[in-house]
Design a protein around this ligand. Structure first.
Ligand SMILES: Cc1ncc(COP(=O)(O)O)c(C=O)c1O
Length: 457
């Protein structure tokens, strides 16, 4: 009764992100009630392993009392402090300092946001300001990568390169350019890492030359493209792209909103890749999704250029909830948990997950298995030689997701038949094995789908 009335209230009033409004009205909402570790329970009592950590964000897992205590303590003591007017709060200052200590190279300055989209949006503003400060305001062209996701703000959605975020919204703007993804499984140059790197370098170079090197402000890359289908570049790819940008004096932004905070192993995926970008954007795992927060990391030279140019004038970029003390208190506690064993557990569990998913390679529907750490995907095809995607009639985003859900597993089911995994770092061996077993069951059921059968005949 309660559950039914909630479904009706949701239908009538709650607008869901990135949803078909009419489709959602028809389907109705699935309401989650509680969670512990890597397991969530819905209103009907159905228990599921959360193989996607909410929205690749609950890296620490659910139900950590110490995080709840940290938030409650901060709420009692000081629930809010602005960071405007040269005011601050202890947790925000401490978190900025702890993060700067751990960030690659000289990314020593942290601007806190509410999430990933406004972190990316903030970089666009800081970068425009930076080039203005450098006396090169004509550097106003931005390059990002097809299949990339950089959030959903008005400007950031144009750096994003997924059609649903553009159609009908009037983006991308003419200053937002794209180059093709490294997408190793479907790269026209084949899957050889050196060939992919050489090709991406040439394409980026050509793009920069076509725009005019003196016009290009910045290049954006995710260390692993998440929302585009968990596309993992070959080792050395991001370093090569970073160096090319450096040679042109173009700022390099690593968008680590998904890859940060243990998702691929270390706190920052850039550490694995041995690069120091000019900016890193983070969110999600920063507070493990318990409360909203994002962070922009800025290199010394960027900060100093902006600071020296502005002098006594205020740099007009700010949010009421920037450096929120409760979010910062949660961030500090989450960082403690990561370094107190969760990163290590995530590395071990990630190796088990990758091995388990590799074991599914021989399944008739599995065309590709890819990932790093606790970020992985399998790509389903109906013909392995031709790499034929699942037919639209198989409606993977809906039907494969539903089958997995019924089997007690949450995965990200992309419309093109990619299944994405980003489980909490706290997963036990048994959690990981259950994810793999339930995936296999879901694949076997998908194999029986008449639309899939017809495509394979
Ligand atoms: C790489 C990347 N950047 C930015 C964002 C936007 O973050 P948010 O949804 O917190 O606004 C996301 C979200 O998934 C992301 O994956």
């Amino acid at each position: 009764m309660l559950s039914n009335s909630l479904i009706e209230l949701d239908r009538a009033h709650l607008v869901h992100p990135v949803s078909s409004f009419r489709g959602h009205e028809k389907l109705g909402v699935r309401i989650l009630k509680s969670a512990k570790g890597a397991t969530v329970t819905d209103m009907t009592g159905h228990q599921l392993i959360d193989g996607f950590a909410g929205l690749w964000c609950v890296n620490a897992g659910y139900g950590h009392d110490s995080i709840v205590e940290a938030a409650a303590k901060q709420m009692r003591e000081l629930p809010y402090a602005t960071a405007y007017f040269d005011i601050g709060s202890e947790p925000a200052i401490r978190l900025a300092s702890e993060l700067a200590d751990r960030a690659p190279g000289d990314l020593n300055h942290v601007y806190f946001t509410l999430g990933g989209s406004d972190a990316v949006d903030s970089t666009i503003r800081f970068i425009r300001y930076y080039w203005h400060a450098k006396g090169q305001p004509q550097r106003d062209q931005f390059i990002s990568i097809e299949q990339g996701y950089h959030g959903s703000t008005t400007a950031g959605s144009g750096l994003t390169a997924l059609p649903a975020f553009h159609a009908g919204f009037g983006v991308p703007y003419d200053w937002q350019h794209k180059i093709p993804s490294h997408y190793a499984y479907r790269n026209p140059v084949g899957s050889d890492p050196a060939a992919i790197i050489a090709s991406s370098l040439q394409i980026l170079k050509d793009k920069i030359e076509a725009i005019g090197p003196e016009r290009v402000a910045a290049f954006y890359a995710e260390p692993i493209q998440g929302s585009g289908g968990v596309l993992v570049p070959p080792p050395g790819w991001i370093k090569a792209m970073r160096e090319l940008c450096r040679s042109y004096g173009i700022l390099f932004v690593a968008d680590e909103v998904i890859t940060g905070f243990g998702r691929t192993g270390p706190l920052f995926a850039c550490a694995d890749e041995d690069i120091v970008p000019d900016f890193i954007t983070t969110a999600k795992g920063l507070t493990s999704g318990y409360v909203p927060m994002g962070a922009v990391f800025m290199a010394d030279h960027v900060y100093d250029t902006i600071a020296d140019f502005a002098g006594d004038a205020a740099i007009g970029h700010g949010y009421t909830y920037s450096a929120h003390p409760v979010s910062a208190a949660v961030g500090l506690e989450v960082l403690k948990l990561y370094e107190g064993g969760l990163l290590e557990n995530g590395r071990r569990a990630g190796a088990r997950l990758m091995a388990g998913l590799e074991g599914l390679r021989s399944h008739p529907l599995v065309g590709d298995v890819r990932g790093r750490g606790m970020l992985a995907a399998i790509e389903l095809v109906t013909d392995k030689d031709k790499k034929t995607p699942l037919p639209a009639a198989a409606a993977p985003a809906r039907k494969v997701f539903d089958r997995a859900w019924e089997n007690g597993l949450i995965v990200r089911a992309f419309a093109n038949g990619v299944l994405g995994y980003a489980p909490p770092l706290c997963c036990t061996d048994s959690d990981i094995d259950t994810i793999v077993e339930r995936t296999l069951k879901t694949l076997d059921q998908t194999l029986e789908d008449p639309a899939v059968r017809a495509a394979m005949a």
